[in-house]
Write a protein that binds this ligand. Structure first.
Ligand SMILES: [Fe+2]
Length: 170
């Protein structure tokens, strides 16, 4: 039997699901950019993040279905495909992750306002995971900035990302 959910909250959950899919598509585009520049460690990192964002989108699908709510999917816009350098890529990634964090926090506030405790419980661990993801990107951006114009240092960082990814990266 369908459990009630405020229309605004349902729309917010669908919008966020869309945002996760768009993040996946954007990371995929970033992976293409790195692959074209033979930065294979960065490419592996971006592909793994793309997969991870799709997993997040799937969690929203599972939750909406568990609540007997419709899942509304919309068109994805063309992702950004041009950046000036690796730092530029990481800045845009950081901004994207910060937007996802804000969206999740707004969704959490909305769930609380609606008194929808199941949604609050669902969103709580997702916010923690997202804040951690944002911190990891900030760390990687700082490392890229340390490399500055030192291409050798950037290659070492690229190799460390390949090693960190391993065969089971998600
Ligand atoms: Fe995500």
């Amino acid at each position: 039997m369908a459990q009630e959910m405020e229309a605004e909250l349902h729309q917010g959950l669908c919008n966020h699901l869309q945002m996760e899919l768009m993040a996946s598509y954007t990371y995929f585009s970033i992976a293409v950019w790195f692959t074209q520049r033979e930065l294979n460690g960065f490419a592996t990192y971006a592909r793994a993040e793309s997969d991870g964002e799709r997993v997040h989108a799937g969690l929203f699908v599972d939750y909406l279905v568990a609540r007997s709510q419709p899942v509304e999917l919309s068109d994805l816009s063309q992702p950004r495909q041009t950046w000036t350098n690796v730092e530029d890529v990481l800045i845009s990634v950081f901004e994207m992750e910060a937007e996802v964090t804000t969206s999740l926090q707004q969704l959490y506030s909305l769930a609380e306002r609606c008194g929808d405790y199941r949604s609050s419980i669902f969103l709580d661990p997702m916010i923690k995971t997202q804040v951690d993801a944002e911190s990891e990107v900030a760390h990687l951006l700082a490392q890229v900035r340390h490399c500055h114009t030192d291409f050798g240092a950037l290659m070492i960082l690229d190799q460390s990302l390949s090693a960190a990814a391993g065969p089971t990266a998600a």
